[in-house]
Ligand binder design. Structure first.
Ligand SMILES: C=C(O[C@H]1C=CC=C(C(=O)O)[C@@H]1O)C(=O)O
Length: 391
């Protein structure tokens, strides 16, 4: 479908107050640039019971909250091929919004309290966050989405809307889980520094340790979910760029080994166990998970809602390129039911409300964290989104 028609349909859906999501997966080696939209045909709020359904899921951080679903069978799907400029545009210079001194001191107090608890051995790591409001010049979320698409080719970029919930936008670097057939992929992402023209950088002990916690805990979680460690492979940690930031990343992938967790095409729901083993990862919550979650819920002083939750395709019918060769015709029955789950952690995101963007930004705290540095890290992360909002 032509790009103009795609966005006309989305504008129409938004103007009619009907739910939709538009998204593009990270572009790898300049290859895949499909932008997809899922347009729900009614304004009902559907929920996923156990991730056995098919559709697009939008889940909150707090697992006691319900995950919202745009069911595949109640939605229309649109696709256009994004033409990506050869050169990614240089980061836009933008006016820095004033951040109040009060915001800074509140965050520093929160981090200081956490460092004390970490030093006392109550937890090993906790991820703490804050919100920041930015007055929007461009108030149309779909225009902001178009800017995000161009600015962040290697992120999962989305714009999600439901009249009963609100509008969220983001460009996240973190995969929660990808399942195709009986293979899965996930990643351990943590540690942050500013990108200054090269990915060839040194990492401090604090960041290395913080990221190792995430890798270890994901592997343990997978094992608890029944995925034996012998079926899991991890890369060495490496530096990955996300906009104006760098993170330490380990890719983890493997085979879902026993028949109980096989994900054959007629049993699309078996991703559930792995989802609950992974979410919320120590990249967004902490370790031990329950202690860190308790600390976050009692000390952060606001509701994260969908920030650090997850979103993406759930058991969604995979797009198949159908050529007319005989072999493909014969394979069609099998191919047409091929399902894919592709979920991302909702980071570098914002909520659009009454002409204002509410940005959500956080960072991992360990006993060695320096509160002033942690504050600066949230300022750097906020820039990722402000680049598009304040240009
Ligand atoms: C919680 C966030 O980032 C996580 C992901 C990558 C690196 C992180 C860090 O260095 O602290 C965080 O764990 C956020 O961006 O709001």
């Amino acid at each position: 479908m032509p790009e103009a028609e795609f966005f006309d349909r989305l504008e129409g859906q938004y103007a009619s107050g009907l739910p939709f999501v538009a998204y593009r997966k990270p572009i790898l080696n300049g290859k895949k640039n499909e932008v997809t939209a899922i347009l729900q045909q009614d304004e009902q709020l559907y929920h996923s019971k156990d991730f056995t359904e098919s559709g697009f899921v939008f889940a909150p951080f707090d697992t006691s909250g319900k995950a919202i679903l745009f069911p595949e069978n109640a939605s229309e799907k649109l696709i256009f091929e994004q033409v990506v400029p050869e050169e990614v545009p240089a980061p836009v210079t933008f006016q820095k919004g004033e951040i109040s001194g009060e915001k800074k001191s509140t965050h520093i107090e929160l981090v200081t309290k956490a460092v004390e608890a970490l030093k006392a051995g109550e937890m090993e790591k906790v991820v703490l966050s804050r919100r920041e409001e930015v007055e929007l010049k461009e108030k149309d979320p779909l225009k902001l989405f178009r800017d995000l698409l161009i600015t962040y080719p290697t992120a999962f970029v989305y714009c999600w809307y439901h009249p009963k919930v609100g509008c969220w936008l983001g460009a996240t670097p973190e995969t929660l889980l990808k399942v195709e057939g009986n293979r899965f992929k996930t990643m351990a992402l943590a540690g942050t520094q500013k990108f200054q023209g090269t990915t060839d950088v040194e990492w401090g002990e604090k960041e290395k340790q913080e990221q190792q916690f995430v890798t270890d805990s994901i592997r343990q979680g997978l094992e608890k979910a029944g995925v034996s460690s012998s079926g899991v492979e991890s890369s060495e940690p490496y530096t990955a760029r996300a906009g104006n930031l760098l993170h330490l990343r380990t890719d983890i992938n493997g085979k879902i080994p026993n028949s109980k967790f096989q994900i054959p095409n007629n049993n699309p729901g078996s991703a559930e166990k792995i989802i609950s083993a992974l979410h919320p990862t120590p990249a967004v919550c902490g370790l031990p998970r329950e202690k860190a979650k308790e600390f976050i819920l009692s000390e952060e002083n606001y509701d994260r809602e969908f920030y650090t939750g997850f979103l993406g395709e759930l058991n969604l019918q995979k797009n198949v390129q159908r050529s007319r060769t005989r072999r493909n015709v014969e394979n069609l029955a099998y191919r047409a039911v091929k399902k894919e789950t592709d979920l991302y952690v909702n980071l570098r995101c914002m909520q659009i409300k009454d002409g204002t963007a509410i940005l959500y930004i956080g960072g991992g705290i360990t006993k060695d964290s320096v509160p002033e540095d942690e504050w600066q890290e949230t300022v750097n992360k906020a820039e990722t989104m402000k680049k598009v909002l304040l240009k």
